[in-house]
Write a protein that binds this ligand. Sequence first.
Ligand SMILES: NC(=O)C1=CN([C@@H]2O[C@H](COP(=O)(O)OP(=O)(O)OC[C@H]3O[C@@H](n4cnc5c(N)ncnc54)[C@H](O)[C@@H]3O)[C@@H](O)[C@H]2O)[C@@H](O)CC1
Ligand SMILES: Nc1ncnc2c1ncn2[C@@H]1O[C@H](COP(=O)(O)OP(=O)(O)O)[C@@H](O)[C@H]1O
Ligand SMILES: [K+]
Length: 522
Amino acid sequence: MERLLTAAEMRETEKAAMESGETSGRHLMERAGEGAVAAILSEWPDLADGPHRAAVLCGPGNNGGDGFVVARLLADRGWTVEVYLYGDPDRVAGDARANLEAWTARHPLQPMEQAAGATPPNLLIDAMFGIGVSRPIPDLCMQAWHALAASDAPSGPPGRTVALDCPSGFDVDRGGYFLPEPEGNDPAAWRLLPDLCVTFHAAKQGLFLEEAARRAPRVVAIGLAEDAAATAAATRVLSGDAAEQRAWYRRVTGGEEHLHKYDRGHALVLGGGPGKGGAARMAARAALRAGAGLVTVAVPRDALPENAAQLNAIMLSAMDTPDDLDRLLEDGRLSVVCLGPGLGVSARTRELVGSALDSGRRVVLDADALTSFREAPDTLFEMLNGDCVLTPHEGEFARLFPDLAERGRSLSKVDAARQAAARCGAVVLLKGAATVIADPEGTVGVHAALYDRRVPQLATAGAGDVLAGFITGLCAAPGRDTRAVTELAAWLHAESARTFGPGLIAEDLPDELPKVLAGLGA
Ligand SMILES: NC(=O)C1=CN([C@@H]2O[C@H](COP(=O)(O)OP(=O)(O)OC[C@H]3O[C@@H](n4cnc5c(N)ncnc54)[C@H](O)[C@@H]3O)[C@@H](O)[C@H]2O)[C@@H](O)CC1
Ligand SMILES: Nc1ncnc2c1ncn2[C@@H]1O[C@H](COP(=O)(O)OP(=O)(O)O)[C@@H](O)[C@H]1O
Ligand SMILES: [K+]
C-alpha cells in the first residue's frame, strides 16, 4: 500500500525536513535527480549500455532544478545532453539556480524557443513544471514537448519520454491536466502523456486518480523521512505486491476457520419485481462467492417463480412490504442487507431502506436505494452509521451530494468522497476507473484501475451490482471492519476482471473470484 500525498502535504513534508535541519533543498534535489536517472535506466536497461542523446526541458522553478541535475548526471555518463530553459536564466533562484550554474559552468544552455526545431532525442525529460503549477503551462513549453516527443529518435534506441515528479501542467491533487479556456484550443494538446513519470518521495494523489503516463509511476526516495502529520492525512493506494495482498486479505477477513455456515454470516439481498431480478441475483451470487455462509434473495411474491427458476444455492423469500422485511429481519442470524440493484426508485424502496437500517444490521446501499433519496438525501443520512456502505457511481453521487459533485474540478475525487462520508456518516465508495473509498473519520483508500492494473472490461452492465454483492458477502461475517472490507471488495472486483480478461460480462465476475481468492491463500 502506497501513500498518496497532495501537493500541500508534500510541501509540508519538505518544509518540516528542511527546517529541522535533517536535510537541505540542495540535497533533496540531488537525490531526486539521482533517483530519476536510476529509475530511467532500470526501466530501459538498453539506455545503460552506452551514451545516447537526451533533451531536458527545464522550467523556472525547482522542477527545472531537478532537470539540471539529471542533465549533469547523464552528461557525466558521456551522453550528449541539450538543456532548454523556459524563461530568463537570471530569474532562476535558490537550489535550482545552484544546479543551473553547475550545468552552465561546463555546458551550453538553450532557450525553450529553440527546442521545437531540434532533432528528437533518445530520451526526453520533462522538468518544466512540477507540483508548483495550478494553471495550464505556457504554449511554448507544450509545443516544445510535442515537437521532441512526436517521433522516434533517428538513431539509437527509440525516443523515451519521462516526466519528473509529474507531467507539466498535471493536477497532482485532482488528476488530469489544467486546460486553457476551451475556445479554439485542443485540450489533447495540453496532455503531455509521457512514457514514464518518476515522482519524488511519495506518489502524488492525482497520479492515481487519472493516468499521467503510459506506465505506472515510479516513486523514488529522496531522503525524506516519513512525516507523521502528512502520513496521518495521507490517502492510501490499494495495490501492493502478491505477499502484501495475501497479508491484506488475512488482516481484513481475520483468516479464521469457520466452523459453521452461520459463522460466515447470512446475507439478505432484496430484489425487484418480475423481470427486474437479474441485478439482485448477480449481487447475491457475488455475496455467496465472496464468503457469506448463506445468502437469501427476497423479492415480491409475483417474482418468486422467476427467481426460483434461477437460484439454487441461494435461498428465496417473499417480501412485498416493509413489514415483510421486518419479519424476515426477526431472524437474528441475518447479518447484512444489500438493497438497491433492480429494486426500483420509489417510496417503497425508501421504506425498505428505513426498515433495514432500523434493524441495526450492516447495510449496503447501491443503485436505486441511493437514487430513491435524491429529493431528500438528508432523510437517508440521518439513518446511516459507520457500518453502512454507499456505493454510488458519479451520477448517483451527484444525486445525493449535488454540491460536492458541482464543485467538480475544484474538489478532488478523494475530497469529494471524504466530505460525503463525513456528511452522511457511512462508508462511501465512489466508483470509476479510480474508485475512492472513504469512511466518516476521514480515512481514504484509492483503488486505481489504471496503468498496469487497467480493466476497461469492467465497464459492463451489472458490474456495479456484483461489487455491491462482494461487499455484502465480505461484510456478512461478524467483527470485520466495514471500510476495510469495502476496500478489499473493490480490489477483488477489479482483480477478478483482470484475471478473466477480455470478453467479460458481469456474471463472470463472481465465478472468477475463487481463482483470485486461491491466489490470496484464502
Ligand atoms: N527543494 C525542494 O523544494 C524540492 C523540490 N523538488 C522539485 O520541485 C518541484 C516543485 O518546485 P516549485 O515549487 O519551484 O514549482 P515548479 O517547479 O513546479 O514550478 C513553479 C515555477 O513555475 C512558475 N509557474 C507556475 N505555473 C506557471 C505557468 N503556467 N506558466 C509560467 N510559469 C509558471 C512559478 O511561478 C514558479 O516559478 C517539485 O515538483 C519537484 O520536482 C525536488 O527537487 C525535491 C526538492
Ligand atoms: N473503465 C473502467 N475501469 C475500471 N473499472 C471500471 C471502469 N468503468 C467502470 N468500472 C467499474 O465497474 C463498475 C460499474 O458499476 P456501475 O456504474 O454501478 O454499473 P452498473 O450499474 O451497470 O452495474 C464499478 O465498480 C466501476 O468502478
Ligand atoms: K515535470
